[in-house]
Each structure stands twice: as structure tokens, then as C-alpha cells.
Design a protein around this ligand. Structure first.
Ligand code: FES
Length: 151
């Protein structure tokens, strides 16, 4: 069977960048995919100019989630919070050189985990960002409303 993943995806899966957790991070976010239930945790160091100086991730997720987080954390380091928030999961996929269609949600996991970490930073520092308006770090709960609650 042909490998459905390109070399860049495989490389970031085998040798992911920025794995781990930042101690005393300025923002920490966890996101669970409503699609597959996988989890992603991102921690960020953010300086006084709102520049992301470091980003690390841990995931209980698939290879595509690992590859997505690896490139996504590379992409946001050195960017301002606003610039990082503007990055879409399509840009993460483009940076990876493509993901199979059934794996697109894995890049969303990385994207949303970053937004959750920035959300945490914004809450702690009394900041607001237009890009986070309406963003709910616990949104996955809402996607399960078709599952009947236990009585
Ligand atoms: Fe869950 Fe990829 S299948 S993140």
C-alpha cells in the first residue's frame, strides 16, 4: 500500500520539533478533538511585546496531529500573538505539504490548542483579541449534545 503521507509529514512525525512542556508558561491550553477524541496541550512563553518566544506541545494524538503541532509550533515561535492567531489550519496543512482529507481535523486540533493557550494567556493578562471572539476552549462539549445525558 502506498504511503498516504508525504516526506515532510513523515519527517515531522518521526522527529517532531518542540515536544514537551514549558515550565512557568505564560499560556497553557488543552484541546480535545470532537472528531476523534484526541488531546493536545500547548504551552507558550510570551514576552512583554506579545512575541511568542517559545512554544511546546504534548499530544495524545495521531501522527498527523504530531506533525501538525510540530510545524505549527515552529510557525508561531517569533511571531506576535496576533500573528499567531491569524494562522489557519489550512496554512498548517500547506506548511506540511498536504494532509489526507480524513486527517484535516488533526491540524484543527493543533490550531485550536494554540488558540486555547493564547486564550489562557489573554485571561491571565487581561487582554482581548478579536480573533478569539467567540472562541470557546471547551467547545468540544457542545459537539456532543446529541449524546443523551445520563439521568
Ligand atoms: Fe485524532 Fe488525528 S486522528 S488527531
Amino acid at each position: 500500500m502506498a504511503n498516504m503521507y508525504n516526506d515532510k509529514v513523515m519527517d515531522h512525525f518521526m522527529n517532531p520539533h518542540n515536544v514537551g512542556e514549558i515550565e512557568n508558561a505564560d499560556g497553557v491550553g488543552t484541546y480535545g478533538s470532537p472528531v476523534c477524541g484526541d488531546m493536545m496541550k500547548i504551552s507558550l512563553s510570551i514576552d512583554e511585546n506579545e512575541v511568542i518566544t517559545d512554544a511546546k506541545f504534548k499530544t495524545f494524538g495521531c501522527g498527523s496531529a504530531i506533525a501538525s503541532s510540530s510545524v505549527a509550533t515552529d510557525m508561531i515561535i517569533g511571531k506576535t500573538v496576533e500573528e499567531a492567531l491569524a494562522i489557519t489550519n489550512e496554512e498548517i496543512i500547506a506548511e506540511l505539504g498536504g494532509l489526507p482529507a480524513i486527517k484535516v481535523h488533526c491540524s484543527v486540533l493543533a490550531d485550536h490548542a494554540i488558540k486555547s493557550a493564547v486564550y489562557d494567556y489573554a485571561q491571565k493578562h487581561g487582554k482581548t483579541y478579536a480573533a478569539l471572539e467567540g472562541f470557546d476552549p471547551n467547545a468540544e462539549e457542545d459537539d456532543h449534545h446529541d449524546i443523551p445525558e445520563e439521568e
